[in-house]
Design a protein around this ligand. Structure first.
Ligand code: PMV
Length: 314
């Protein structure tokens, strides 16, 4: 029996823009997807027991099968000849936007490696999970699988010429409380990423101006995080949300959760991940503020996850 885990994540700055080579900042969260793999007699069976948004597992089923096939090929294994049972669990909820697919791919890749006695470095696990992510995201940046594999707070820049990406661990004074609010809408990351790509082609002038602002924002975000200037980080998150609205990946439920978090004192809030549903991230330093914002969101009937960004890796 082989076992493996992958971290969930939340993107602080730069989702979508990161697909096109703009840097992004992502933080792993402590919640993980956990996988157990056991060789079997016939076929590949997935038993998914993760707590998720209603319908998450069903909606992602076809993409999940494709992702496992891609993963096996990247491990030089023939999906038609491998027989195994895969159990998926862990405390990372299947909310869209938390990198649940990448976390599960990393967990499964690690569990397969253990069950089939392959010794794979984290860099290789990251590459395998990136292949798997293509099933969920079409043209992924690689930011999700990087956070899922390595954990920590990461500066990420996709190298568009296909050489290795820039991945730097950032450190901040101490971990900071956040609230993640779930719209409950299961989003299709692939469709959202494709839509941005199409609009970028169609409106080059408008989009290149927005993309330049996104790049400036991530750079400023890094400085503010490293100085531990949390009001500034929050302000930049709000600006990032406005840019994401402009590229049409937010939705009224996400905008509502952002407003609610700000009204209740969050330092900043933005959608996080692919958008079109999925999750909102609010920066809420201190347990009291975190509780206030979380309760305000729960009182309106939305699910929340209380977590932290910037947790040190070990
Ligand atoms: O929705 P998620 O958790 O899969 O995050 C997607 C992040 C994007 O930037 C939209 C896509 C990517 O591959 O970077």
């Amino acid at each position: 029996m082989g076992k493996g885990s992958g971290f969930g994540k939340t993107i602080l700055f730069g989702e979508h823009f990161v697909v096109h080579g703009v840097p992004g900042i992502v933080s792993a969260i402590v919640s993980t997807a956990d996988a157990t793999v056991k060789k079997a007699q016939k076929g590949i069976n997935v038993i998914d027991t993760r707590k998720g948004a209603k319908g998450y597992a069903e909606k992602k089923k076809i993409q999940q099968i494709e992702s496992i096939e891609r993963m096996l090929k990247a491990m030089d294994m023939d999906p038609r000849k491998v027989a195994m049972d895969i159990w998926l669990g862990g405390n990372l909820p299947g909310f869209s936007g938390l990198g649940a697919s990448a976390a599960s791919s990393v967990a499964i890749a690690r569990a397969i490696a253990e069950e089939f006695s392959l010794v794979l470095a984290d860099e290789k696990i990251n590459d395998i999970a990136y292949e798997a992510e293509k099933a969920y995201a079409g043209n992924p940046s690689g930011i999700d699988n990087t956070a899922a594999t390595f954990g920590g707070l990461i500066w990420f820049k996709k190298n568009l010429s296909m050489d290795s990406n820039i991945i730097e661990q950032l450190s901040i004074q101490k971990p900071v409380e956040i609230v993640i609010g779930n719209t409950g809408i299961v989003a299709n990351t692939k469709a959202m990423v494709t839509g941005v790509g199409e609009r970028k082609e169609k409106y080059p002038t408008k989009y290149s101006a927005i993309f330049r602002q996104a790049e400036d924002l991530t750079n400023e975000g890094r400085i503010a995080l490293e100085k531990f200037d949390l009001p500034k980080v929050g302000e930049l998150m709000n600006e990032n949300h406005r840019l994401l609205q402009e590229i049409e990946v937010s939705c009224k439920e996400l905008d509502h959760l952002v407003d609610l978090a700000i009204k209740n004192g969050a330092f900043g809030a933005k959608m996080t991940g692919g958008g079109g549903g999925g999750c909102m991230l609010a920066l809420t330093p201190g347990k009291d503020l975190q509780k206030k914002v979380a309760l305000a969101i729960e009182n309106e009937g939305f699910e929340v996850l209380r977590s932290k960004i910037g947790i040190r890796k070990d």
